[in-house]
Design a protein around this ligand. Sequence first.
Ligand code: BTN
Length: 248
Amino acid sequence: PSVEFGLEAPFSIEYHDAVGSTNDRARELAADGAADVAVLADEQTGGRGRLEREWAAPSGGVWVSVVTRPAITPAQAPLLTLAASVATATAAREAGVDARIKWPNDVVVPVGDDGDYRKLAGILTEMEGQTDRVDWLVVGIGLNANLDADALPEGATSVRDEAGDVDRRRFVQRLLEEFERYRTDLDAVVPAWRELALTIGQRVRVDRPSGEVVGEAVDVTESGALVIETDDGRVTVAAGDCEHLRPV
Ligand code: BTN
């Protein structure tokens, strides 16, 4: 199945009314050698989140996974995830939502001034490659678009609740155009991310497999890791090591 999108970005779109997980379908395509394909679904019956979590993906959201074969090393891959969160937040802001980014890759809407937030979108990146080069990346983006937030998991919000329904076709078009812009200019990703970041300047607690880190989030490195100023000095946390981050 495919849909004409009139995209300026060089992605072809494979559309499904319903699919288990667009990431799973995109992985199949990637393993078959595909590149620059976006798998889009109205509904996912087995949507997946980070860290083996389930991701609620009923009809009405934007569930899309992009297959890309960038000339980068695996260490640079988190930049593509940051690029996806910048693209998603930008498209959401154009739709009238006060979208910001919570490191590493949650797109959230702030609630009050104390660092609290509700989650609007999440990104799940999966990769295959060798130590020195990426073979393919699947960047999966899930955005609560035309959905009632009270039917979503706790702590979630939606474009509908924040600003009213969007034209999902137009939204995906803008999302992919922005993703393309950063994919082709990786040096621009971290500066753009900083502009939208909710995390920098916050006192945070990060849980990671090797233990928790508490301190002020002060910067993001060139490869997308978070720099935290702790009582014992600076600690850098890679995006893939973040199990949970919350303001404290
Ligand atoms: C997270 O915040 O845990 C990441 C959520 C990622 C959800 C998207 S929806 C499209 C793509 N397909 C999936 O199964 N997951 C991602």
